[in-house]
Design a protein around this ligand. Structure first.
Ligand SMILES: [Zn+2]
Length: 221
């Protein structure tokens, strides 16, 4: 039985948010998607998000945010900086401070406008690069804050929060939409298939390997 309401899925075009889209379609009567174009170095991600929304047959809204490069020195928004994993308790160079704070707040504003109360995000605190705004505690806190701010009870769903990358691959397999992952984009350098060198690609490849499932992106079509 599906919940008779509409959910808004934050669709980046990555593997996690694509899995969240399939998850939401199982649970909600109607699903809409929201994609942010924030000047990310892997621009192809935005295009892929559009392809995935089309494959899933859902509406996609594209929202442009121009401020991120001014507000942070992240390698994601400053293309000349090197992508590096965090060492000695440091955050990776791809960390954009406050990114999920802004994304989820804007999603809540959009949801409010559309009369939607359920928002689905692919954030995950397992297997991740230590981004503080991927933690459960943060998501619950912002759910409460946006609900108070708009005097509306929002529900922030983070179905991947405690899953490893391998578990996420298995979940997508169970949901029956593994093929959508062919269109999902991971590489920080914009490469397709995965470059196998950047931290994001390493995580992706490891996840598929551990799940014992072949990444459809790696298969020649
Ligand atoms: Zn890569």
């Amino acid at each position: 039985m599906k919940t008779p309401s509409t959910a808004l899925v934050l669709l980046s075009g990555g593997q996690d948010s694509t899995t969240c889209l399939a998850w939401a379609l199982e649970r909600f009567k109607k699903v809409k998607t929201l994609t942010f174009d924030y000047g990310q170095r892997h621009r192809v991600e935005v295009e892929q998000a559009g392809r995935i929304a089309k494959l899933a047959g859902v509406e996609q809204e594209l929202m442009k945010i121009d401020l991120f490069s001014e507000l942070s020195r992240s390698a994601l928004t400053h293309h000349q900086l090197e992508v590096k994993a965090g060492e000695d308790g440091q955050l990776p160079t791809t960390f954009v401070p406050g990114r999920n704070l802004i994304f989820l707040s804007l999603a809540a504003m959009k949801a409010y406008q559309l009369g939607i109360r359920d928002i689905v995000t692919g954030v995950c605190q397992t297997d991740y690069s230590g981004y503080p705004d991927c933690r459960e505690e943060f998501v619950r806190s912002l759910e409460q804050t946006t609900s108070l701010a708009m005097d509306t009870q929002f529900h922030f769903h983070a179905p991947l929060m405690r899953l490893s990358k391998a578990d996420t691959v298995k979940l997508m397999n169970e949901l029956g939409h593994l093929d959508w992952l062919k269109e999902s984009h991971t590489c920080y350098e914009g490469r397709r298939p995965a470059c196998s060198k950047c931290p994001a690609c390493i995580l992706r490849l490891k996840g598929f390997k551990e799940a014992g499932i072949i990444d459809p992106l790696e298969v020649e079509s």
